[in-house]
Ligand binder design. Structure first.
Ligand code: 6PG
Length: 243
């Protein structure tokens, strides 16, 4: 089912957004009993409130961490202790503060060349999935949490970049002209293999791009995101299109 525009949930402010998402993720994780609950997490600043909330009570002691598997949707190709590393941010805000087994946390490698790191990360995804190609109806992620840039990028799928045409690889490098770092990102097919895709977007500055993507503006890479299951927008009021 290629859900494109999906449903929209709007909350009064960022705290309400984080609380709703933490509650929803907790419910999904607790209800998943036929195997691990896998998530691909977004980088950037928007989701940091959610990550901090998940690492605090009552969530820290309620999530079934040992039955959860964490991946990243993209990262900058930087040492994990670099201030702009998504892997480092997640390690700091979430993974170092909850009892998730280290082997359940799949950070994006930052050693060797960017291409080596992409191949290594892709191999890790395939090992977890248990196959080298996507099986119909078999998601790789239960939840894929995505952010949205003002230029319509999501993960590190930037406008005009070759990675937008990638239909075979699960992970690719991307050197966006606007961002200072080489990126590693899930490709469209890998993001599609998600039971639930959730766009988490907040702030007045994103209102226009949310409206563009929901109208399927082809200039926005996020317009091409589909889900194997459903796609939901979780917004604060500032980012929500005017009714
Ligand atoms: C990244 C993210 C990227 C992010 C958007 C929105 O590595 O930066 O994966 O896709 O989600 O750029 O970023 P903000 O939440 O900081 O606005």
């Amino acid at each position: 089912q290629n859900t494109r525009t999906g449903s929209v949930a709007v909350f009064a402010n960022r705290d309400e957004v984080s609380r709703h998402l933490a509650d929803w993720l907790l419910k999904q994780a607790l209800e998943k009993t036929d195997g691990p609950f896998s998530m691909a997490l977004s980088g950037g600043s928007t989701p940091q409130g959610l990550y901090g909330l998940m690492a605090s009570e009552p969530y820290a002691s309620r999530f079934p961490w040992a039955r959860m598997q964490f991946f990243l949707g993209d990262d900058r190709f930087l040492p994990h202790d670099h201030q702009d590393s998504n892997s480092g941010m997640l390690q700091r805000l979430l993974f170092s503060r909850v009892p998730v087994p280290a082997e359940n946390v799949h950070l994006i490698p930052a050693t060797g060349t960017a291409e080596d790191a992409a191949r290594t990360y892709e191999a890790e995804l395939k090992r977890f999935y248990g196959a080298d190609t996507f099986q119909p109806g078999k998601p790789l992620f239960d939840v894929n949490l995505l952010g949205l840039g003002a230029d319509g990028h999501t993960a590190s799928l930037f406008p005009g970049q070759p990675v937008l045409k990638e239909r075979t690889a699960w992970v690719s490098t991307c050197v966006p002209p606007v961002a200072p770092y080489t990126r590693l990102t899930l490709t469209y097919p890998a993001i599609h293999a998600s039971r639930h895709v959730v766009f988490l977007v907040e702030g007045e500055s994103k209102r226009d791009v949310v409206a563009k993507v929901r109208a399927q503006d082809p200039a926005c890479p996020a317009s091409g995101i589909t889900a194997m299951g459903d796609l939901t927008w979780v917004l604060d009021r500032a980012a929500a299109p005017e009714d």
